[in-house]
Design a protein around this ligand. Structure first.
Ligand code: BG6
Length: 509
């Protein structure tokens, strides 16, 4: 882990200075004693403090059932930051001024009186720390508590204030279209849509935002970004980890809900969208939703599900999914899904988009690969071009963040022979700074009132519609024979067959 350079030392200073600071505000974190707060939210907030992005007086009220005092909360959060912050060691001076704004309120999420106490706690903080009735309510609890908390906030009138109130809602936002609609309805009885920030942390990743830059700040790619030049697109979110200790959640989710409905469809939307007129949140999100609306519902033979059995990952023997903690020994939950999709519009008609995601695959790699068509005519001898592959543009979301373009090059020597080589851009070596965590960017954007990188109501519902359609195909099929891929492999054979039928192959990132 790297020691962060100070702003003054940083060679990329111009990219790091905020054009305006967020208003002083209080963030109430519901679920403050949980895993997400410790692993992601608190380290992100601390790193925002370290970079001096937080407004003066910024305060946090941790709210959860665990009976901690302010002091215990501060200590536990210090331990969390020491363990999980991307920058180390923790800067004591920054931490102690940050920790002065940490408070804790033990509460049961459905206890009406607790929200009255919360209200007076917030009023006191406004007076003491000048936070001027600006509030962020962060839903970092189990999803079943989201509607409970939101209703209680409404009953206590906590959404109304003289400053502003915003709500950040973690994933999963519902577990199908009907439940997502229901949740949207509850949310809208209390908050207006512009106050709602639905998290998909993929959108906070630097490399995902760079996809916008790559497409819309370079003049040379847009003219070829279409069916005329692109043979197909492969979007991969591959993980080598299993489900870790999240058996209960995962048994109710599966890869389709956990990754396809959100991260994969977000990557697809950004890859396929039309250039927005500007970077206004609504304009960008309108374009993304248009892509989701243009997706042709998949047919039965176009989607493959899988589940990992025992195997070897990075030289270590690992269990199969059914042997994982809190997983049914006969579970048919999918840990892998791949499919072929079509975006039915002028730009992409008949261009396949192959999407895949899986747990316990051979390696961790998320990428968007644009596979271009072959050159229309090769004026070389057959022997010269043996081993030549078509151009591929790969945007590596993680790891090895960056972009490469595969191009043909002549092998040095007296004979005309060629090979495919990479033109590479690596974040690490070009910028020499570590990228911020996705949560840092997203939390800051919410405080600044910019929802561009958050999922809008219609976006979430469209995405659920597509996931539900796949579920309905599976529901009509006989019980699948699972597990069908070994941990540490690249997924089931049926997935290879899905793409090979079209005369193509999955990439091995
Ligand atoms: C989460 C999923 O949304 O994304 C997890 O619930 C998954 O199952 C994680 O592991 C992957 O995120 P990242 O940032 O590690 O690619």
């Amino acid at each position: 882990m790297a020691q962060a350079p100070t702003l003054e030392q940083n060679p990329l200073r111009e990219g790091l200075v905020l054009p305006r600071s967020p208003d002083p505000n209080v963030m109430v974190i519901f679920g403050a004693s949980g895993d997400l707060t410790a692993r992601k939210l608190m380290p992100a907030l601390y790193n925002l403090a370290l970079n001096r992005y937080l407004p003066s007086g910024f305060s946090i009220v941790g709210a959860a059932i665990t009976p901690w005092s302010d002091e215990e909360f501060r200590k536990n959060m210090f331990d969390a930051v020491t363990r999980f912050s991307r920058t180390q060691p923790v800067d004591r001076a920054v931490w102690s001024s940050f920790a002065e704004g940490l408070y804790y309120l033990p509460l049961a999420f459905d206890d009406r009186d607790a929200y009255v106490r919360l209200k007076s706690c917030l009023e006191r903080i406004d007076q003491e720390r000048g936070t001027a009735e600006h509030r962020v309510y962060y839903m970092a609890t189990l999803p079943e508590f989201f509607p409970v908390i939101i209703r209680q906030l409404g009953t206590a009138g906590l959404q109304k204030c003289n400053g502003w109130a915003r709500v950040i809602i973690e994933k999963p936002f519902g577990h199908d279209l009907a439940s997502a609609r229901q949740l949207n309805e509850v949310v809208h009885t209390v908050f207006r849509e512009p106050q709602v920030y639905r998290i998909d942390h993929y959108l906070g990743k630097e490399t995902v935002q760079n996809t916008f830059v790559f497409r819309f700040a370079n003049g040379i790619f847009e003219p070829i970004w279409n069916r005329r030049y692109v043979d197909h697109v492969q979007i991969t979110v591959a993980e080598d980890i299993g489900i870790e200790r999240r058996g209960t959640y995962y048994e109710g989710a599966g890869a389709l809900r956990d990754i396809f409905q959100n991260h994969l469809l977000q990557l697809l939307s950004i890859t396929a969208m039309e250039p927005p007129a500007n970077f206004d949140a609504e304009i960008v999100r309108d374009e993304k939703v248009k892509v989701l609306r243009s997706i042709r519902p998949v047919m039965e033979g176009e989607v493959v599900r899988g589940q990992y059995g025992p195997g070897w990952v990075a030289g270590r023997e690992v269990k199969g999914y059914r042997e994982e903690e809190k997983v049914a020994p006969t579970s048919t939950v999918e840990t892998y899904v791949s499919m072929r999709l079509y975006v039915d519009n002028w730009r992409w008609a008949d261009t396949p988009f192959y999407l895949r995601t899986g747990k316990r695959l051979a390696s961790r790699a998320s990428e968007i690969a644009i596979q271009f068509k072959n050159a229309p005519h090769l004026p070389f001898q057959k022997t010269a071009v043996a081993g030549l592959n078509p151009n591929v543009l790969v945007m590596r979301i993680q790891p090895h963040e960056g972009t490469s373009l595969k191009v043909a090059a002549k092998i040095p020597g007296p004979v005309m022979r060629m090979r495919t080589v990479n033109m590479d851009f690596f974040y690490g070596s070009s910028f020499l700074v570590e990228s911020p965590d996705a949560y840092e960017r997203l939390i800051l954007d919410c405080m600044l009132g910019d929802p561009t990188l958050f999922a809008r109501e219609d976006e979430v519902e469209r995405a659920w519609g597509l996931a539900d359609h796949v579920e309905s195909i599976w529901a009509a099929q006989p019980r699948p024979s699972l597990p069908n891929y070994a941990a540490g492999s690249w997924g089931p054979e049926e997935a290879d067959a899905l793409i090979e039928r079209d005369g193509r192959r999955w990439r091995r990132p």
